[in-house]
Design a binder for this molecule. Structure first.
Ligand code: OKS
Ligand code: ZN
Length: 344
């Protein structure tokens, strides 16, 4: 399997995030991607290629132009205000506050375009975010050119980012951009299977009213887990998209036996949809040692996960999302890819 990877991810390295009431080093750190790449190379998964340049147009097929301009200019605005630490939002438009007026000040803009404080913006963030999206698009193009599967080693991740907001370590929705590119290049139906521990609220939101993209997600129950405000089983899509969104929330402590049942059900939905291509949002924060998550999968379980996905027999693009047990992130992510290949 081909891997697409760019060193530019290192340009995004937030200093700290607000967690449990204190500022702590960001869990979403450059060594995550380094460890995954090292494992890809150690097992000889296949060639590693740099991304190609697709420009802004495919990004704007998914994201709001004002939001993209904000991302591009946020660091410049922040530093022009005399700040040198990471830019972080600190105020949000909750119920009955106005969202029909876009603030002009950088602090107002950060709150307007963010769902939480997990999105530090640094001097190099936009370049890293940009290249991460290009990595996903390069993967989409490989499928379109007839590759059976590809691995977009994206960092930063993307599945919490929606059309016009960032959140949860995510800025642009790499998987959604890849899906839209596959659609624009001729795939009639594309399925997303999101196996990250957290609900992919951004991906769900982007495709919620569409019947050409099925989104299925297995994740920690939003009653007790981030992102809290989306990801319930009764979210089934709306309008033409009704019946094309499937959520499988699971409790804290979920082990492989229960996870596998949800995975089988999600895979069955994908099979019924008969997509021309599958995009897997591949987070491995379902791992038992993950520092911010509460499922209990073991490293061999990821081989089984990959076998299930491979059994679908779809052209498949894997897009890297979360996973914060840095020592094991490479083993777990590449286990999914190797399990997938063994089922071909
Ligand atoms: C607030 C942000 C917490 C985000 C955690 C989720 C990141 C992730 N400090 N999503 O898949 O792994
Ligand atoms: Zn996650």
């Amino acid at each position: 399997m081909l891997t697409i990877y760019s060193d530019s991810h290192r340009l995004h390295h937030g200093q700290a995030e607000l967690i449990d009431g204190e500022m702590r080093p960001c869990f979403e750190m450059p060594s995550r991607a380094d460890m995954v790449l090292a494992r890809v190379q150690a097992v000889g998964l296949g060639e590693v290629r740099p991304p190609q340049a697709f420009g802004l147009e495919p990004v704007l097929r998914v994201h709001d132009a004002g939001f993209v301009q904000f991302l591009q200019s946020a660091w410049q605005r922040w530093s022009a205000a005399g700040r040198s630490h990471d830019a972080l939002p600190l105020v949000w438009p909750v119920r009955r506050l106005r969202t029909d007026r876009i603030p002009q000040d950088i602090d107002g803009l950060l709150g307007y375009y963010a769902m939480d404080a997990g999105v530090p913006i640094t001097a190099g963030t936009w370049e890293a975010v940009w290249q991460s999206a290009q990595v996903a698009m390069t993967g989409a193009q490989l499928l379109q050119q007839g590759e059976r599967a590809a691995f977009a080693l994206c960092r930063p991740p993307g599945h919490h980012a929606a059309r016009d907001y960032m959140g949860g370590y995510c800025y642009l929705n790499n998987a959604a951009i890849a899906v839209q590119m596959l659609r624009d290049q001729g795939a009639e139906r594309v399925a997303v299977l999101d196996v990250d521990y957290h609900h992919g609220n951004g991906t769900q939101d982007i495709f919620y009213r569409r019947n050409d993209v099925l989104v299925a997600s297995i994740h920690g129950d939003p009653r007790v887990e981030y992102p809290y405000f989306l990801g319930y089983a009764d979210e089934i899509g709306a309008g033409e998209g009704e019946g094309y969104n499937a959520n499988f929330p699971l409790p804290h402590g979920t082990v492989w036996a229960a996870y596998q049942q949800a995975l089988q059900a999600a895979c069955e939905r994908v099979r019924q949809f008969a997509p021309d291509a599958l995009v897997v949002s591949l987070g491995v924060d379902t791992y038992q040692e993950d520092p911010i998550s509460q499922f209990k999968l073991s490293s061999p379980d990821y081989l089984r996960m990959g076998e299930h996905i491979g059994g679908l027999g779809c052209p498949t693009l894997f897009v890297m999302e979360g996973g914060y047990a840095v020592e094991e992130i490479g083993i777990n992510a590449v286990n999914v890819l190797q399990g997938f290949e063994s089922a071909q």
